[in-house]
Design a protein around this ligand. Structure first.
Ligand SMILES: [Zn+2]
Ligand SMILES: [Zn+2]
Length: 392
């Protein structure tokens, strides 16, 4: 099959799918309409289709010849953002928006599934098309727990994020750590309330909180190699009721991100270091603390060999000069699938100043350069075919 030609024939269908998803964005685990559209399309391709993890979808293509099983994944959820774009396909669900490009991810993977289905007789192995709900929070782990990696067992995983920080037509690929591990934390610093005129009778949690916030900075700047990107950011602080009262406690929330593979039990872990600094600082101020971590996703680690393979596919699709190495600090729960099987997550650039698609992800004016969707389809199709041909 002439893949490029077939994608061209399906160009209108591709754009229409994306715009339809864009008009009806749904939040995580509420993707019921989206689930229906995805299931019907995949069933129309003659695939075995199942709902997994409440609103997720998995479809299986069995090739005509025996071989390995590869997974291609798209995410499905929109965001609680009020769209400010003035486009004919503007969100019809008030206060919700596909402001991260997941509408485009689904459209690309659906059209890729159609093309691969048309070639299924000649394919050696199986392809699983996975549509994951609730990426912005956490959805991959639930799909895994419900068996998405089994029957047949998935041997490699691939996923794409459309990305406005990259110029239209560029494809960002790197081996190793590509997106950061991310955990939020809640910290309560407990002192003893009292009168601001007699602070010696109280234990001031505001002073202890200030001490902790300052002291924690030592982790990034003095304890961890600066070439290992680590972020500890405080996003919320609350405490006290009046200027002349020492409050009993202060509540702080923040997030930790780091861009390297880390063993959770090691003393080197930034979160272990964070707790140590909090504990010792509170001790110095005679305060107590409670600390709770809320894990979001592990670091996203690309397999080096498979990343080289995807780079070669990319050179074929967009040309060598448009393949760029790319890593960034946001998190992505595709990382969960990569804990089960080696894989590659990579970026297709959709940022174009003239088309006004340079707004950051999650912005009310976020939009993608739709002309790049066909590149994503071709990357999906060729990556799956290349992988299955190589491991045969
Ligand atoms: Zn997002
Ligand atoms: Zn996203």
């Amino acid at each position: 099959m002439d893949i490029k030609k077939r994608i061209k024939e399906l160009q209108d269908e591709l754009i229409n799918l994306r715009r339809d998803f864009h008009q009806y964005p749904e939040l995580g685990f509420e993707e019921f309409r989206t689930n229906k559209v995805v299931r019907e399309y995949l069933a129309g391709c003659g695939l075995e289709v199942e709902t997994v993890a409440k609103t997720g979808v998995v479809a299986l293509l069995r090739g005509g010849l025996p071989g390995s099983t590869v997974m291609l994944r798209a995410d499905m959820d929109g965001l609680p953002v009020r769209e400010e774009n003035d486009v004919p396909y503007k969100s019809l669900n008030e206060g919700k928006m596909h402001a991260c490009g997941h509408d485009g991810h689904m459209a690309m993977l659906l059209v890729a599934a159609k093309i691969l289905s048309e070639m299924s007789r000649d394919i050696a192995g199986n392809i699983k098309f996975v549509f994951q709900p609730n990426e912005e929070d956490a959805g991959a782990r639930i799909m895994i727990d419900e068996g998405v990696m089994e029957n047949p067992k998935v041997e490699a995983v691939f996923g794409i994020h459309l990305w406005t920080p990259l110029k239209s037509g560029q494809v960002g690929i790197a081996g190793g750590a590509v997106m950061a591990a991310h955990e939020n934390f809640q910290l309560k610093i407990k002192g003893k309330g009292g009168h601001s005129g007699t602070p010696q009778t109280a234990i001031d949690p505001i002073l202890a909180a200030a001490g902790v916030i300052q002291a924690v900075q030592v982790i990034q700047t003095r304890e961890i190699d600066v070439l290992k990107p680590t972020l500890i950011i405080f996003g919320k602080i609350q405490g006290g009721t009046a200027p002349n009262i020492i409050p009993a406690s202060v509540e702080i929330e923040g997030s930790i991100r780091y861009l390297y593979d880390g063993n959770d039990d090691s003393e080197e872990q930034p979160k272990r270091r964070l707790e140590r600094v909090i504990q010792r600082t509170c001790e110095a101020y005679r305060a107590d603390y409670e600390l709770k971590f809320i894990p979001s996703n592990p670091p996203l680690i690309n397999d080096e060999t498979l990343a080289d393979m995807v780079k070669k596919v990319g050179e074929q699709v967009v040309g060598r000069d448009r393949i760029v190495p790319y890593v960034c600090m946001p998190g992505e729960d595709f990382a969960e699938f990569q804990r089960e099987a080696p894989g590659v997550f990579y970026f297709v650039g959709v940022g174009d100043r003239e088309k006004e698609t340079e707004y950051p992800h999650h912005h009310p004016r976020f939009n993608i350069d739709e002309d790049m969707l066909s590149l994503g389809v071709e990357m999906h199709v060729r990556t799956a075919l290349d992988y299955l041909a190589k491991v045969k």
